[in-house]
Design a protein around this ligand. Structure first.
Ligand code: HEC
Ligand code: HEC
Ligand code: HEC
Length: 370
């Protein structure tokens, strides 16, 4: 009896400990896990790469590797064991077309395996070293040819369209960021060392000034856009497939990278652009009045602190962004124009607010970067 009591008390204690979670999930419709606080400082990608010394053998290619160049090298050196279709012919050889396996892999790891070889742990099925057989650039070419077995054309095509629609405004047409602190997807060191699974977490949950995409893109869309992101570090275009060879598949439309267009903003009329703030940017009364207008008209999208509400179907501009803050103070007329006329999903406010009130709210917005 006593034993039973002790057991029950013990069980209750354990239960109490579990329910006393100091960080309970918000009780919204779909709890979105936010392991990463929204206010992380911008990442210094260069410093991160330096902090993690790469093995001496890695020499990163000067120009983007080419999957097409890798094809002949692959067929001559690798296909006997890995198969023309990448599925693997010898024991222990992985199936390169297995998407789930590949999501946890990195191009850098492929490169290291090809360079140094890999022992099949006593099974006698070894992966030979190609460090002396192929040049470093050839090894990168072959890495990305092998990579394409699990990055089919359809995925790249879908990813390119999603990128153009959702990502280009911050990450730019070449994958080089257009805003402070955004990752550079053309950086081979960064991209080749990050598995899709890791980028997927950042995209899903958001990171730093990047919003979460969980509520905006489906899982398949998020994986497809990651496949596309890598094309900023290699040329994925394959030679037209002949017969059974060719990683691209016979029937599917071939992926052809097109220059993604940066979204254009409609021109602002000169009467807006000529305007300057009639108030002092630090006038406390104006800031207070502007704050009230902001709560009334702007908070529902831009959030109280200006960083933007996470769960909208689109991304409201982050008003704390240093780029926006600088432009606001230097060329405020353009922002009066946006508030008055609206911009894409942002409604026009010229019927709700006088020009004076718009400048009040912008004076308040000017404090959000502090
Ligand atoms: C003689 C057969 C053979 C040849 C030739 C060969 N491989 Fe391998 N490869 C293997 C085996 C077996 C493994 C698995 C080794 C192990 O047990 O980890 C492997 C592993 C790999 C891996 C690591 C996959 C992983 O995650 O475990 C990569 C990448 C790879 N090979 C690429 C290539 C490329 C590219 C070529 C041509 C340049 C090539 N291999 C040539 C047999 C071969
Ligand atoms: C509002 C601007 C913005 C938009 C839109 C945006 N990003 Fe980002 N993204 C950022 C910023 C800023 C960072 C750097 C975050 C940090 O590490 O502080 C980033 C980082 C990333 C990273 C690197 C994450 C890591 O693990 O280091 C990936 C991957 C990424 N973005 C993918 C995307 C994709 C895909 C889209 C489109 C679906 C997208 N981003 C749209 C601003 C944006
Ligand atoms: C319905 C949601 C919504 C509301 C309400 C809203 N905005 Fe926006 N705002 C957006 C979106 C979305 C963008 C990004 C538009 C784009 O670049 O496509 C944006 C962009 C901006 C920009 C940056 C414009 C640029 O050129 O980069 C400023 C400044 C701004 N909003 C201020 C305000 C102010 C001030 C209010 C309140 C009077 C407000 N917004 C209300 C959604 C909203």
């Amino acid at each position: 009896m006593l034993k039973k009591m002790i057991l029950i008390v013990g069980l209750l204690l354990v239960l109490a400990a579990c329910s006393g979670n100091p960080n309970p999930l918000p009780t919204g419709a779909t709890p979105i896990p936010t392991l990463i606080p929204a206010t992380l400082p911008p990442r210094d990608f260069a410093a991160e790469t330096e902090a993690k010394p790469a093995p001496v053998e890695v020499s990163f290619p000067a120009a983007p590797p080419s999957a097409a160049n890798g094809q002949a090298l692959y067929e001559a050196n690798c296909a006997e064991c890995h198969g023309l279709d990448g599925k693997g012919l010898v024991p222990n050889a992985r199936d390169f077309s297995d998407v789930a396996y590949r999501r946890g892999e990195t191009p850098l790891n492929f490169y290291l395996n090809i360079t140094e070889g890999h022992s099949g742990a006593g099974t006698g099925d070894d992966m030979p070293a190609f460090g002396d057989v192929l040049t470093s650039d050839q090894r990168w070419d072959v890495v990305y040819y092998a990579w394409r077995f699990a990055a089919p054309d359809e995925s790249l095509i879908a990813g390119q369209a999603l990128y153009a629609e959702n990502c280009v405004e911050c990450h730019g047409v070449n994958g080089r960021s257009r805003i402070l602190g955004a990752a550079d997807f053309s950086d081979q060191r960064f991209m080749s060392d990050h598995p899709a699974s890791q980028l997927y977490v950042s995209i899903t949950q958001g990171r730093g000034n990047m919003p979460a995409w969980q509520a905006r893109l489906s899982q398949d869309e998020r994986w497809a856009v990651i496949d596309y992101l890598r094309t900023f570090t290699y040329d994925p275009v394959l030679a037209a497939p002949e017969g059974e060879a060719g990683a691209g598949g016979e029937e599917a439309a071939a992926f052809a990278p097109t220059e993604v267009e940066e979204p254009e903003k409609p021109e602002c009329a000169p009467e807006y652009l000529e305007q300057t703030n009639p108030f002092a940017w630090d006038d406390a009364d104006v800031i207070a009045a502007g704050g009230e207008l902001y709560s009334q008209f702007c908070t529902r999208c831009h959030g109280e602190d200006g960083t933007g509400v996470a769960d909208l179907a689109y991304v409201p501009a982050d008003l704390t962004n240093p780029g926006i803050q600088t432009l606001l103070h230097e060329q405020g007329g353009e922002y009066v124009c946006r508030v008055a006329e609206g911009l894409n999903e942002m409604p026009a406010f010229k019927r709700q607010m006088s020009p004076e009130e718009m400048w009040q709210v912008l004076t308040f917005v000017g404090t959000l970067g502090d």
